[in-house]
Every structure is written in C-alpha cells, then in structure tokens.
Write a protein that binds this ligand. Structure first.
Ligand code: G
Ligand code: G
Ligand code: MN
Ligand code: NA
Length: 254
C-alpha cells in the first residue's frame, strides 16, 4: 500500500524528524527530561499522524530501522545539550513491542550509548504497559538486563494495560507514566480522579517515580501536587517542539 511504500523511503529521504516534549518537576516547573517524539513530513503531503505510521512501521517491521534511528538521533541531540552544559537532562525514547521483543536489542542500545558517549543513566526507555503484559516472564529478564546496565525504564500509558500488582513489583522499572486519558478526567470524572490518586499512592508506596501525562490545566496540577505526584508532562508546560525550540526552553530556565 502507498503509505507503506512511502514510509520505506522516509528514512533515506530524510523525512523523519524528532520533536521533544519537556518533562518537568511539578514543584518548580524545572525541565529534567525530554521525550523524543517522531514526526514524518513528506514534501507536498500533509503530515501523517504519528500513531498511524507507527502502526504501519510495527506491522511491516520498519520500526526496527526507524527505532534505531530514533534512539541514535535522540542520543546525538542529548549529546549536544550536554555539551551546552545541560548534563542533568535525561532523554526519554519510546520503544515499540517489536523492538523490545527483538532478541539482543540490548546490544543495539549499548552500541548507540558507546557511539554517542551518553551515560546509561541519562537514557529513559518508555515501554507501554500493554507491551509489558505480554510474555511477562521474558520481560522480567529483558528489563533486568537493561536495569543492570543503568538505563532508566518507564511504563508508558500506565493504567490502560491491566498490570497485575505482582508483576509491577517484579519489573525493575523506575517510573510510571499515568496515561493522559485519566489525567484529563481529573475533577471531571470521579473514577478517573480516583484512579489517578490510587496510581500516585501505589507508586509512592512501591518507591517508583510517577509522572502525569497530558497535563493541560492548573486544576490538574493542583490535584497532582496535593496527591504527591512529583512530575508531569503536557501542553500546559509545552507541546512537543523542535530541538532548537527545546534549547530555548532550557535557556529560558537558566
Ligand atoms: O507525539 P504523538 O502524540 O503524535 O505520538 C503518538 C504516539 O506515537 C504516542 O503513543 C507515542 O508514544 C508514539 N511515538 C512517538 N514517537 C515514537 C517513537 O519514536 N517510537 C515509538 N515506538 N512510538 C512513538
Ligand atoms: O503515548 P505517549 O505518552 O508516548 O504519547 C505522547 C503523545 O501525547 C504525543 O503525541 C504528544 O503530542 C501527546 N501529548 C502530550 N501532551 C499532551 C497534552 O497535554 N494533551 C494532549 N491532548 N496530548 C498530549
Ligand atoms: Mn511516551
Ligand atoms: Na502515553
């Protein structure tokens, strides 16, 4: 199909690029991380929504070369920010299930870290809860290897994937990212509101970091802070922006 054909050439034609969205500490608003988000712009065509071409990339296996490109590109950008003095900044990269289940994909990650000189603990890999709840035993092993390398691990879209608490305790992850569908219901929908409070409380009890996704309002921020959530990401702070615009966000906070 046409989009698949076009996507096959997107990498070599230089049509893919990364945007970056800040992840902030709620208390101060300080940026501590950048989530890399893929964008595809063909000449003379409207942009294809990310979830649409990611799905195609997953189905065709193109996600393997594209995912490797994303990781390398993101680490190269972090290297530039580090050279400008932002050495505390981490970079968050989304992983597809195809990548995560690829045998020895850890080797690819080690190669990219070595090539770019990024310390392992400055890389945060985001894996969706849905991905982790398949083949859970294998996942414990893969996550353990990554964790021993010092890489940070976050469960993305948390709350949507039916994690069992037993596994949550066994996965050596650092952080939960509360799915934005629940965050958007804060103060609007009583079950979303209760779920967000429960996830924060559970994360704090399990000594996991927790970040609220899709934060758009001050009301949400007040709720999150008063319930002990330390960090957030969302349009309230910034949309995903180009690397240059992200640099300006960093400069503005000194
Ligand atoms: O940025 P946006 O809202 O368009 O992202 C849509 C979806 O695509 C999100 O679920 C996001 O996690 C996913 N996504 C964005 N960039 C990447 C990427 O580099 N790799 C993978 N696997 N998913 C990505
Ligand atoms: O699934 P993941 O968390 O990786 O997806 C991130 C996606 O969420 C990105 O495509 C980004 O554009 C989108 N996003 C980030 N913040 C907000 C927000 O505050 N509101 C909405 N509607 N989307 C957001
Ligand atoms: Mn994500
Ligand atoms: Na998400």
């Amino acid at each position: 199909h046409q989009l698949t054909m076009a996507l096959r050439h997107a990498l070599t034609r230089g049509e893919l690029m990364l945007y970056y969205q800040p992840q902030v500490t709620l208390e101060s608003g300080a940026i501590f991380s950048a989530e890399a988000l893929l964008r595809w712009k063909q000449d003379d065509e409207p942009p294809v929504p990310c979830h649409e071409f990611i799905t195609i990339a997953e189905e065709t296996g193109l996600i393997l070369p594209i995912g490797e490109w994303v990781l390398r590109q993101a680490c190269e950008q972090l290297k530039r920010w580090r050279e400008s003095g932002y050495t505390d900044l981490t970079i968050a990269v989304n992983l597809s299930p195809r990548q995560f289940f690829q045998p020895n994909f850890q080797n690819m990650i080690v190669d990219v870290l070595n090539e770019t000189g990024i310390p392992a603990d400055r890389l945060d890999l985001e894996i969706t809860e849905g991905t982790l709840m398949h083949r859970t035993e294998d996942n414990v092993e893969t996550l353990t290897q990554l964790s021993h390398m010092g890489i940070k691990l976050s469960i993305d879209d948390f709350g949507t994937g039916y994690s069992s608490l037993a596994y949550l305790q066994r996965f050596p992850v650092n952080a939960l990212k509360i799915d934005r569908s629940f965050v958007s219901g804060i103060g609007q929908d009583s079950s979303d509101t209760a779920l967000v409070a429960a996830i924060i409380s559970m994360a704090n009890s399990l000594h996991l970091q927790v970040l609220a996704e899709g934060v758009e309002t001050l009301e949400q921020i007040d709720f999150l802070q008063s319930h002990g959530c330390p960090s957030a990401q969302g349009y309230y702070y910034s949309k995903p922006v180009s690397a240059d615009a992200f640099t300006e966000l960093l400069q503005r906070q000194g």
